[in-house]
Design a protein around this ligand. Structure first.
Ligand SMILES: *Cc1c(COP(=O)(O)O)cnc(C)c1O
Length: 215
């Protein structure tokens, strides 16, 4: 679907929810997409992209950034501690802060590097054993600890269970954000970004609806 059509759907969802126009940021999720699908989106002027894996992003974005210098990159996928430094160099925002050890690693590296990306705490709203994220009941304590480490936490992020209505998960994440004074909500993907916007999403992560199915 063309980018401007996604933009129009986002604008309509903002209006329907009586939210200010332009409050929702569209992260174009370019993971696993071939260059001939990503370049047209860059050429159309879009500058905010999401990737799942450090290695994959490091293999393509430095080159694309030579042409499109103002690109902002967000990391969406789980991160191993031994890739934290590389992630901090490559990404402006990390959506997958999901465990205490990673928070400690980021804090140590931030001291050393004198810089730190903005961060979302990933919450496993469905309490799925195979899924990354802090359990909802542990979220408040984890956010408090991450703040005590001086990490720039701006919001919370979730990926609802695939086979469930996402709306209650989005509502739950919004409550966790609100009670912790966090304004940014990273939620909503190709199939449900309008529902997420109705529940207060500020960052929607849309891949296949923009670029087509991943190969
Ligand atoms: C792949 C991915 C997306 C985009 O998914 P689509 O269904 O293609 O829009 C969004 N968020 C995360 C965390 C992802 O891994």
């Amino acid at each position: 679907m063309p980018l401007n059509e996604i933009g129009a759907r986002i604008a309509a969802a903002e209006a329907a929810a009586q939210r200010p126009s332009g409050v929702v940021q569209l992260i174009a999720v370019s993971k696993e997409q071939p260059e001939d699908r990503v370049l047209p989106v860059l050429e159309a002027g879009h500058r905010l992209f999401g990737e799942n894996r450090v290695q994959e992003a490091a293999g393509k974005w430095p080159r694309w950034r030579e042409t499109f210098a103002e690109v902002e990159l967000h990391l969406l996928g789980p991160l191993q501690s031994n890739k934290a430094r590389q992630a901090m160099e490559l990404f402006q925002t990390i959506h997958s802060l999901d465990r205490p050890k990673l928070a400690q690693t980021f804090a140590r590296l931030a001291q050393e590097m004198g810089q730190c990306p903005q961060m979302f705490v990933q919450v496993n709203t469905g309490a799925e054993p195979q899924k990354a994220g802090i359990l909802p009941e542990d979220a408040d304590g984890f956010i408090k600890d991450a703040r005590a480490l001086d990490l720039p936490i701006i919001g919370v992020m979730c990926i609802p269970p695939v086979d469930e209505d996402p709306a209650p998960h989005f509502a739950h994440l919004a409550r966790i954000g609100a009670r912790n004074g966090l304004d940014a909500l990273s939620m909503g993907m190709s199939d449900d970004f309008e529902v997420a916007i109705a529940h207060g999403a500020t960052h929607v992560r849309v891949g296949s609806a923009i670029f087509g199915a991943r190969r």
